[in-house]
Design a binder for this molecule. Structure first.
Ligand code: ADP
Ligand code: ZN
Length: 437
C-alpha cells in the first residue's frame, strides 16, 4: 500500500530522536506551567523551579497527576499561563461527567492543533480534492471546530453541517458530493437507518470514508458501519483537556490509533496503585500536552482504559499505537456485585446480524437487587409480526450476553427507529439506581 504522510519527518522519526524532541518540548511546557497559579506551587513542592530541573523524561514522574477534580479547583483561570488578552478561543468538555473544564488557546495553539488534526485526516488517504462533511456538534465541544480547522488545513472543502437533522445531512451529501464524514459511530448508524427508510441508495452518494470517535465503540460496530455504508471507518480519539481531536488516530492500516508523541507524552498506569503497567498491558491513559502554551496540562488522568500495541505499524510511523478505548474507568457498571462495561454489551449486540443499529442499557433497583435490561432495536430485515423468530432472537441475545458479562439481563426487542437517538455523544446507559445506596 502507498502510505500518505502529512509530515513524514516527524511521523517516521526514529524513537531516540522523538524522545529527545519530547524532552525539549516538555521543558518548554514546564516553563509555561510555572506561570500558572495551579502548577507553580505544585511544581515547586516537587522541587521543580525551572525547566532545567527536568533532565530526562523520567523526571516527569516527579510531577503529581492532574485530575478532573483539580481542573474544577483551578476553574476558571488557574491553568492559564498567558495574559488574558493573548487568548483567542476557549473550549469546554462536553460535560458527560457533569464537571465543567475549560481550555484556552492562543493563536499559535490553534494553528498547532489544526496541524495535528490535519495530520490525522491526511494519514487516512484524504486530499484537497475531498469534500468533508463534519456531522458533529459545533460550539464548545471540540469535535466541531477542531475537525473544521484540520479539514481546511488539508485543503478539503469543509461542510460544517453539525450533528442531527439527518434529512438535511443526506441532502448536503448528495448536493456537494461528500466523500468523507466525521461523526459519532452512533450517529453514523442512525444516518444509515434513515437512508434505508428514505430509500436513499448508497450508490447515489460519493462517500468513501468516515472518521468515528468521541465515544467508545467496538470493532464489530466499525465493521457494521463499513459493511452497511461500504466505506472505510477510522477511529479518532480526542479529549478536550488535550485540545480535542488530533490526539490519536488510525492510519490506513486501521489497526490501533497512532498517538502523536511529538504533541503528547502518554503513560499507562494502574488506576488503583497509580504505578505504570507493563508495556502492552491495559490501564488508565495519562497524558501530558506538549503543543499548547496558553493552558499547560501535565500528567492528566483521562480515566480512559487502553494500552499500547507493542509491535511497530506496517505504515512506518514510529509513534506508538493505542488499542481501541474500551471505556472509562467510571463507566464500569456494578450489577449485583458483578463488574461489566457497556462496551462488552455493545460488542455482543453489534456482532448479531439481526440486531438493529440502536440500543439502550437500563439499570434499576428492584427490591434489594439490581436489574439489568438491554433494550435493542431489531434490524429492518429481521423485524416481523411473528412472535416465534423474535422470541428466539431475544433468547439468543440473552444467553450470549450472559456468557460475555456473567450477568443475566432482561432483553427487550424494539421496532427499528424507535429508541431515542442523541445528537451528541450517545447516551447508552440509563442507571436509575439511587446513588450511595
Ligand atoms: P467529556 O469528558 O464531557 O465526555 P470530551 O469531549 O473531552 O468530554 O470527551 C472525551 C472523552 O470521550 C474521552 O475521554 C473518551 O472517554 C471519549 N472518547 C473520545 N474518543 C473516543 C474513541 N475514539 N473511543 C472511545 N472513547 C472516546
Ligand atoms: Zn500506522
Amino acid at each position: 500500500m502507498e502510505y500518505q504522510y502529512w509530515n513524514p519527518e516527524i511521523e517516521k522519526m526514529p524513537r531516540p530522536r522523538l524522545e529527545a524532541l519530547q524532552l525539549e518540548k516538555l521543558k518548554t511546557e514546564i516553563g509555561y506551567a510555572l506561570r500558572t497559579s495551579f502548577y507553580a506551587p505544585r511544581l515547586g513542592a516537587a522541587g521543580i523551579k525551572s525547566p532545567d530541573d527536568i533532565r530526562s523524561l523520567d523526571d516527569l514522574r516527579r510531577i503529581p497527576f492532574t485530575t478532573k477534580h483539580d481542573l474544577r479547583e483551578g476553574f476558571p483561570w488557574g491553568f492559564l499561563s498567558v495574559p488574558k488578552e493573548e487568548i483567542v478561543r476557549l473550549h469546554a468538555s462536553s460535560g458527560t461527567t457533569g464537571i465543567p473544564t475549560t481550555i484556552y488557546f492562543d493563536s499559535e495553539d490553534l494553528r498547532r492543533w489544526a496541524g495535528y488534526v490535519a495530520r490525522c485526516i491526511y494519514g487516512t488517504g484524504c486530499s484537497k480534492s475531498d469534500v468533508f462533511q463534519n456531522m458533529i456538534t459545533y460550539g464548545l465541544f471540540t469535535g466541531g471546530l477542531g475537525f473544521n480547522m484540520g479539514g481546511e488545513e488539508v485543503g478539503m472543502l469543509v461542510i460544517p453541517s453539525g450533528s442531527g437533522n439527518t434529512a438535511r445531512q443526506l441532502r448536503l451529501m448528495r448536493d456537494f458530493g461528500t466523500t468523507v464524514v466525521h461523526a459519532t459511530p452512533s450517529f453514523l448508524l442512525h444516518v444509515e437507518s434513515k437512508m434505508r427508510e428514505a430509500g436513499v441508495k448508497r450508490e447515489s452518494l460519493a462517500l468513501k470514508r468516515a472518521f468515528a470517535g468521541a465515544e467508545p465503540y467496538s470493532e464489530d460496530t466499525r465493521r457494521r458501519i463499513e459493511r452497511l455504508l461500504n466505506i472505510d471507518v477510522y477511529n479518532s480519539y480526542g479529549i478536550s483537556e488535550m485540545n480535542g481531536p488530533g490526539v490519536a488516530f488510525e492510519c490506513q492500516c486501521k489497526n490501533g490509533l497512532h498517538l502523536w508523541e511529538d504533541g503528547y507524552i502518554a503513560e499507562i498506569i494502574n488506576p488503583d496503585t497509580l504505578e505504570p503497567v507493563r508495556e502492552g498491558e491495559t490501564g488508565e491513559l495519562v497524558l501530558t500536552i506538549l503543543c499548547r502554551r496558553a493552558t499547560p496540562m501535565l500528567r492528566y488522568r483521562t480515566r480512559d482504559l487502553t494500552g499500547f500495541y507493542t509491535e511497530p505499524c506496517a505504515c512506518g510511523r514510529t509513534h506508538r499505537r493505542l488499542r481501541r478505548i474500551a471505556g472509562r474507568s467510571d463507566d464500569m457498571l456494578i450489577i449485583n456485585g458483578v463488574n461489566g462495561f457497556p462496551s462488552q454489551i455493545e460488542e455482543v449486540l453489534m456482532a448479531i446480524k439481526e440486531v438493529g443499529n440502536n440500543y439502550l442499557i437500563v439499570v434499576e433497583k428492584e427490591g434489594v437487587l439490581d436489574r439489568l435490561t438491554v433494550k435493542t432495536e431489531v434490524g429492518p430485515d429481521s423485524f416481523t409480526d411473528d412472535a416465534r423468530p423474535l422470541n428466539a432472537l431475544r433468547e439468543r441475545i440473552r444467553t450470549t450476553l450472559q456468557a460475555s458479562i456473567s450477568i443475566s439481563p432482561r432483553v427487550e426487542l424494539h421496532e427499528p427507529g424507535t429508541l431515542p437517538v442523541s445528537e451528541g455523544k450517545a447516551v447508552r446507559v440509563k442507571d436509575t439506581r439511587p446513588k450511595d445506596a
